[in-house]
Design a protein around this ligand. Structure first.
Ligand code: AMP
Ligand code: MN
Ligand code: MN
Length: 321
Protein backbone atom coordinates (compact mmCIF):
# COMPACT_ATOMS: atom_id res chain seq x y z
CA UNK A 1 0.00 0.00 0.00
CA UNK A 2 1.13 3.52 -0.63
CA UNK A 3 1.06 6.40 1.83
CA UNK A 4 -0.36 8.61 -0.94
CA UNK A 5 -3.66 6.71 -0.70
CA UNK A 6 -4.18 8.57 2.55
CA UNK A 7 -4.90 5.88 5.04
CA UNK A 8 -5.39 7.57 8.39
CA UNK A 9 -4.05 6.54 11.77
CA UNK A 10 -7.68 6.23 12.88
CA UNK A 11 -8.31 3.68 10.08
CA UNK A 12 -5.43 1.57 11.37
CA UNK A 13 -6.58 1.45 14.98
CA UNK A 14 -9.67 -0.73 14.43
CA UNK A 15 -10.32 -2.08 17.91
CA UNK A 16 -6.70 -2.05 19.05
CA UNK A 17 -6.30 -1.00 22.68
CA UNK A 18 -2.77 -2.13 23.51
CA UNK A 19 -0.42 -0.31 21.18
CA UNK A 20 3.37 -0.35 20.94
CA UNK A 21 5.42 2.25 19.08
CA UNK A 22 9.06 1.73 18.20
CA UNK A 23 11.84 3.09 15.96
CA UNK A 24 15.44 2.52 14.94
CA UNK A 25 18.54 2.01 17.08
CA UNK A 26 20.37 5.18 18.18
CA UNK A 27 17.19 7.23 17.70
CA UNK A 28 17.55 10.62 16.01
CA UNK A 29 15.17 13.59 15.95
CA UNK A 30 12.84 12.16 13.32
CA UNK A 31 12.61 8.77 14.99
CA UNK A 32 12.08 10.20 18.49
CA UNK A 33 9.67 12.86 17.24
CA UNK A 34 7.67 10.32 15.24
CA UNK A 35 7.35 7.85 18.12
CA UNK A 36 6.46 10.46 20.75
CA UNK A 37 4.28 12.42 18.32
CA UNK A 38 2.23 9.34 17.52
CA UNK A 39 1.94 8.48 21.22
CA UNK A 40 0.72 11.95 22.04
CA UNK A 41 -1.74 11.91 19.11
CA UNK A 42 -3.19 8.52 20.09
CA UNK A 43 -3.61 9.53 23.73
CA UNK A 44 -5.29 12.72 22.51
CA UNK A 45 -7.78 10.61 20.54
CA UNK A 46 -8.50 8.39 23.49
CA UNK A 47 -6.74 8.64 26.87
CA UNK A 48 -7.84 5.06 27.57
CA UNK A 49 -5.46 3.69 24.95
CA UNK A 50 -2.39 1.97 26.30
CA UNK A 51 0.49 3.33 24.22
CA UNK A 52 4.01 2.17 25.06
CA UNK A 53 7.04 3.63 23.27
CA UNK A 54 10.16 1.43 22.99
CA UNK A 55 13.42 3.09 21.98
CA UNK A 56 17.09 3.05 22.85
CA UNK A 57 18.05 6.12 24.91
CA UNK A 58 17.21 9.26 22.92
CA UNK A 59 19.34 12.44 23.12
CA UNK A 60 18.64 14.47 26.27
CA UNK A 61 17.93 17.62 24.22
CA UNK A 62 14.66 15.96 23.23
CA UNK A 63 13.59 15.50 26.86
CA UNK A 64 11.07 18.37 26.74
CA UNK A 65 8.90 16.35 24.34
CA UNK A 66 5.76 14.93 25.92
CA UNK A 67 6.21 11.28 26.85
CA UNK A 68 10.04 11.32 26.76
CA UNK A 69 10.21 10.14 30.39
CA UNK A 70 7.87 7.25 29.60
CA UNK A 71 10.12 5.76 26.90
CA UNK A 72 10.97 2.14 27.62
CA UNK A 73 13.97 0.20 26.42
CA UNK A 74 12.89 -3.27 25.29
CA UNK A 75 9.97 -5.64 25.60
CA UNK A 76 8.91 -9.21 25.08
CA UNK A 77 5.29 -8.18 25.73
CA UNK A 78 2.26 -8.73 23.49
CA UNK A 79 0.46 -5.88 21.74
CA UNK A 80 -2.64 -5.63 19.51
CA UNK A 81 -0.86 -3.23 17.21
CA UNK A 82 2.75 -2.14 16.80
CA UNK A 83 3.83 0.94 14.86
CA UNK A 84 7.38 0.76 13.49
CA UNK A 85 8.53 4.26 12.60
CA UNK A 86 11.49 5.60 10.58
CA UNK A 87 12.88 2.05 10.24
CA UNK A 88 14.09 0.71 6.89
CA UNK A 89 14.75 -2.91 7.83
CA UNK A 90 14.21 -5.26 10.77
CA UNK A 91 17.88 -5.20 11.73
CA UNK A 92 17.62 -1.46 12.43
CA UNK A 93 15.21 -2.30 15.26
CA UNK A 94 17.98 -3.91 17.28
CA UNK A 95 16.51 -5.79 20.24
CA UNK A 96 13.07 -4.29 19.60
CA UNK A 97 12.78 -6.57 16.56
CA UNK A 98 11.18 -8.90 19.14
CA UNK A 99 8.07 -6.70 18.89
CA UNK A 100 7.58 -7.98 15.34
CA UNK A 101 6.98 -11.45 16.74
CA UNK A 102 4.63 -10.44 19.52
CA UNK A 103 2.23 -7.96 17.91
CA UNK A 104 -1.15 -8.81 16.37
CA UNK A 105 -0.65 -6.27 13.65
CA UNK A 106 2.48 -4.44 12.51
CA UNK A 107 2.40 -1.16 10.63
CA UNK A 108 5.57 0.51 9.35
CA UNK A 109 5.58 4.21 8.45
CA UNK A 110 8.86 5.21 6.82
CA UNK A 111 10.56 7.38 4.20
CA UNK A 112 13.78 5.46 3.44
CA UNK A 113 14.31 4.70 -0.24
CA UNK A 114 15.99 1.45 0.85
CA UNK A 115 12.89 0.16 2.71
CA UNK A 116 11.88 -2.96 0.77
CA UNK A 117 8.72 -3.49 2.81
CA UNK A 118 9.98 -5.75 5.60
CA UNK A 119 6.87 -5.14 7.72
CA UNK A 120 3.52 -6.86 7.02
CA UNK A 121 1.89 -3.46 6.38
CA UNK A 122 4.00 -0.56 5.15
CA UNK A 123 3.39 3.07 4.34
CA UNK A 124 6.60 4.13 2.66
CA UNK A 125 7.09 7.37 0.83
CA UNK A 126 10.71 8.26 -0.06
CA UNK A 127 9.50 11.69 -1.27
CA UNK A 128 8.73 12.63 2.33
CA UNK A 129 11.54 14.52 4.05
CA UNK A 130 10.79 12.86 7.38
CA UNK A 131 8.68 10.12 8.88
CA UNK A 132 7.09 12.93 10.90
CA UNK A 133 5.91 14.53 7.64
CA UNK A 134 4.27 11.24 6.63
CA UNK A 135 2.64 10.83 10.02
CA UNK A 136 1.17 14.32 9.78
CA UNK A 137 -0.52 13.27 6.51
CA UNK A 138 -2.04 10.27 8.29
CA UNK A 139 -3.40 12.34 11.18
CA UNK A 140 -6.49 14.52 11.36
CA UNK A 141 -5.14 18.06 11.57
CA UNK A 142 -7.84 19.20 13.98
CA UNK A 143 -6.84 16.40 16.39
CA UNK A 144 -3.19 17.50 16.54
CA UNK A 145 -2.42 19.34 19.77
CA UNK A 146 0.62 21.45 20.69
CA UNK A 147 2.55 18.52 22.21
CA UNK A 148 2.08 16.35 19.12
CA UNK A 149 3.02 19.29 16.89
CA UNK A 150 6.26 19.85 18.81
CA UNK A 151 7.29 16.25 18.21
CA UNK A 152 6.47 16.26 14.50
CA UNK A 153 8.05 19.66 13.89
CA UNK A 154 11.23 18.53 15.64
CA UNK A 155 11.42 15.44 13.42
CA UNK A 156 11.08 17.52 10.25
CA UNK A 157 13.64 20.07 11.45
CA UNK A 158 16.20 17.37 12.15
CA UNK A 159 15.81 15.29 8.97
CA UNK A 160 15.90 18.40 6.76
CA UNK A 161 18.84 20.02 8.62
CA UNK A 162 16.46 22.92 9.39
CA UNK A 163 14.75 22.94 5.99
CA UNK A 164 17.98 23.12 3.95
CA UNK A 165 18.56 19.61 2.61
CA UNK A 166 17.34 18.68 -0.88
CA UNK A 167 14.59 16.51 0.64
CA UNK A 168 12.74 19.69 1.68
CA UNK A 169 9.69 20.21 -0.53
CA UNK A 170 6.78 22.60 -0.66
CA UNK A 171 4.78 19.93 1.15
CA UNK A 172 7.45 19.76 3.87
CA UNK A 173 7.19 23.53 4.36
CA UNK A 174 3.40 23.45 4.33
CA UNK A 175 3.40 20.70 6.93
CA UNK A 176 5.82 22.68 9.09
CA UNK A 177 3.61 25.74 8.61
CA UNK A 178 0.52 23.87 9.76
CA UNK A 179 2.43 22.63 12.82
CA UNK A 180 3.56 26.18 13.65
CA UNK A 181 -0.10 27.12 13.99
CA UNK A 182 -0.44 24.69 16.89
CA UNK A 183 1.29 27.07 19.27
CA UNK A 184 4.83 25.68 19.26
CA UNK A 185 7.97 27.82 19.65
CA UNK A 186 9.91 26.98 16.46
CA UNK A 187 12.94 29.25 17.03
CA UNK A 188 13.56 27.91 20.48
CA UNK A 189 13.05 24.31 19.40
CA UNK A 190 15.50 24.71 16.50
CA UNK A 191 18.11 26.49 18.64
CA UNK A 192 17.89 24.16 21.64
CA UNK A 193 17.72 20.83 19.80
CA UNK A 194 19.64 21.42 16.57
CA UNK A 195 22.18 24.24 16.86
CA UNK A 196 23.09 24.19 20.57
CA UNK A 197 26.32 22.26 21.11
CA UNK A 198 28.00 21.33 24.35
CA UNK A 199 31.66 22.18 24.83
CA UNK A 200 32.40 18.47 24.43
CA UNK A 201 30.49 18.26 21.14
CA UNK A 202 32.42 21.24 19.78
CA UNK A 203 35.73 19.72 20.83
CA UNK A 204 34.89 16.48 19.04
CA UNK A 205 33.78 18.41 15.96
CA UNK A 206 37.04 20.34 16.04
CA UNK A 207 39.10 17.18 16.26
CA UNK A 208 37.20 15.52 13.44
CA UNK A 209 37.72 18.56 11.20
CA UNK A 210 41.43 18.92 12.03
CA UNK A 211 42.06 15.24 11.39
CA UNK A 212 39.96 14.99 8.21
CA UNK A 213 41.57 13.86 4.96
CA UNK A 214 40.50 14.86 1.46
CA UNK A 215 40.99 12.51 -1.47
CA UNK A 216 39.80 12.02 -5.06
CA UNK A 217 41.10 15.48 -5.96
CA UNK A 218 39.14 17.03 -3.14
CA UNK A 219 35.81 15.47 -4.12
CA UNK A 220 35.72 13.18 -1.07
CA UNK A 221 36.47 13.88 2.57
CA UNK A 222 36.76 11.43 5.44
CA UNK A 223 37.23 11.67 9.17
CA UNK A 224 37.07 9.25 12.06
CA UNK A 225 36.60 9.28 15.82
CA UNK A 226 38.23 6.30 17.50
CA UNK A 227 37.01 4.39 20.55
CA UNK A 228 40.03 5.75 22.44
CA UNK A 229 38.92 9.31 21.72
CA UNK A 230 35.32 8.50 22.68
CA UNK A 231 36.54 7.03 25.97
CA UNK A 232 38.92 9.94 26.64
CA UNK A 233 36.10 12.46 26.26
CA UNK A 234 33.47 10.14 27.84
CA UNK A 235 31.44 10.87 24.73
CA UNK A 236 28.17 9.30 23.57
CA UNK A 237 27.21 8.74 19.93
CA UNK A 238 24.79 11.65 20.06
CA UNK A 239 27.79 13.91 20.71
CA UNK A 240 28.90 13.24 17.13
CA UNK A 241 25.65 14.41 15.54
CA UNK A 242 26.27 17.00 12.80
CA UNK A 243 29.96 16.26 12.21
CA UNK A 244 29.34 14.57 8.85
CA UNK A 245 27.28 17.56 7.71
CA UNK A 246 30.13 19.93 8.53
CA UNK A 247 32.47 17.73 6.47
CA UNK A 248 29.94 17.78 3.62
CA UNK A 249 29.90 21.58 3.28
CA UNK A 250 33.64 21.72 2.50
CA UNK A 251 33.99 23.57 -0.81
CA UNK A 252 34.49 21.17 -3.73
CA UNK A 253 33.41 18.09 -1.77
CA UNK A 254 30.81 15.80 -3.32
CA UNK A 255 30.88 13.02 -0.79
CA UNK A 256 31.61 13.06 2.96
CA UNK A 257 32.40 10.01 5.08
CA UNK A 258 32.43 10.00 8.84
CA UNK A 259 33.46 6.87 10.72
CA UNK A 260 32.85 6.13 14.37
CA UNK A 261 34.75 3.18 15.79
CA UNK A 262 32.19 1.21 17.82
CA UNK A 263 34.37 -1.83 18.57
CA UNK A 264 37.87 -2.92 17.57
CA UNK A 265 37.88 -2.69 13.75
CA UNK A 266 34.12 -2.10 13.58
CA UNK A 267 32.89 1.25 12.25
CA UNK A 268 29.54 2.98 12.11
CA UNK A 269 29.66 4.68 8.71
CA UNK A 270 27.84 7.95 7.95
CA UNK A 271 27.69 9.06 4.34
CA UNK A 272 26.51 12.35 2.83
CA UNK A 273 26.58 13.66 -0.73
CA UNK A 274 25.82 16.98 -2.36
CA UNK A 275 24.65 16.47 -5.93
CA UNK A 276 25.77 13.36 -7.73
CA UNK A 277 26.52 10.32 -5.61
CA UNK A 278 23.59 8.18 -4.46
CA UNK A 279 24.95 7.24 -1.04
CA UNK A 280 21.96 4.98 -0.31
CA UNK A 281 23.37 2.69 -3.03
CA UNK A 282 26.83 2.77 -1.48
CA UNK A 283 25.43 2.01 1.97
CA UNK A 284 23.15 -0.74 0.63
CA UNK A 285 26.15 -2.37 -1.07
CA UNK A 286 27.68 -2.78 2.39
CA UNK A 287 24.46 -3.98 4.03
CA UNK A 288 23.13 -0.62 5.25
CA UNK A 289 20.64 1.83 3.84
CA UNK A 290 19.22 5.32 4.01
CA UNK A 291 18.45 8.12 1.57
CA UNK A 292 20.04 9.37 -1.67
CA UNK A 293 21.94 12.20 0.08
CA UNK A 294 22.29 10.66 3.59
CA UNK A 295 22.91 7.01 4.35
CA UNK A 296 24.81 4.68 6.63
CA UNK A 297 26.07 1.18 7.27
CA UNK A 298 28.36 -0.79 9.56
CA UNK A 299 31.74 -1.99 8.24
CA UNK A 300 34.62 -4.01 9.59
CA UNK A 301 38.38 -3.83 9.02
CA UNK A 302 41.02 -1.20 9.58
CA UNK A 303 40.29 2.48 8.91
CA UNK A 304 42.14 2.15 5.59
CA UNK A 305 40.25 -1.02 4.56
CA UNK A 306 36.94 0.71 5.18
CA UNK A 307 37.90 3.92 3.36
CA UNK A 308 39.32 1.96 0.39
CA UNK A 309 36.18 -0.16 0.09
CA UNK A 310 33.88 2.84 0.34
CA UNK A 311 35.88 4.99 -2.07
CA UNK A 312 35.83 2.21 -4.67
CA UNK A 313 32.02 2.35 -4.72
CA UNK A 314 31.92 6.14 -4.64
CA UNK A 315 34.42 6.47 -7.50
CA UNK A 316 32.39 3.99 -9.58
CA UNK A 317 29.48 6.40 -9.37
CA UNK A 318 31.58 9.52 -9.90
CA UNK A 319 33.12 8.00 -13.03
CA UNK A 320 29.87 6.67 -14.50
CA UNK A 321 28.51 10.18 -14.98
P1 AMP B 1 23.35 8.86 10.02
O1 AMP B 1 24.57 9.04 9.18
O2 AMP B 1 23.54 7.94 11.16
O3 AMP B 1 22.73 10.18 10.39
O4 AMP B 1 22.29 8.14 9.08
C1 AMP B 1 21.89 8.69 7.86
C2 AMP B 1 20.75 7.88 7.27
O5 AMP B 1 21.19 6.57 6.96
C3 AMP B 1 19.56 7.73 8.21
O6 AMP B 1 18.38 7.88 7.46
C4 AMP B 1 19.67 6.34 8.73
O7 AMP B 1 18.41 5.79 8.95
C5 AMP B 1 20.42 5.60 7.63
N1 AMP B 1 21.33 4.59 8.20
C6 AMP B 1 22.40 4.87 9.00
N2 AMP B 1 23.03 3.72 9.37
C7 AMP B 1 22.34 2.71 8.80
C8 AMP B 1 22.47 1.27 8.80
N3 AMP B 1 23.44 0.65 9.48
N4 AMP B 1 21.56 0.56 8.10
C9 AMP B 1 20.57 1.17 7.41
N5 AMP B 1 20.39 2.51 7.37
C10 AMP B 1 21.25 3.27 8.04
MN1 MN C 1 16.09 8.38 11.56
MN1 MN D 1 13.84 9.91 9.09
Amino acid sequence: MNAMERVTIDDLLKGAAKIAVTGHVRPDGDCTGACLGLRSYLLGLNPAYMVDVYLEPAPAVFSFLQGYDEIRLYTEGEYDLCFVLDVSDAERLGRNAALLEHAGRIVCVDHHVTNAGFAPESFINPQAAATCELLFDMMKEEQIGRETAECLYLGIVHDTGVFKHSNTTRHTMETAGALMEKGIDPSRLIQDTFYAKTYLQNQLLGRALVESIVFCEGRCIVSMISRKTMEFYKAAYEDLEGIVDQLRVTTGVECAIFLTETEFRVFKVSLRSNRRVDVSRVASFFGGGGHIRAAGCTMTGTFYDVVNNLSEQIVLQLESE
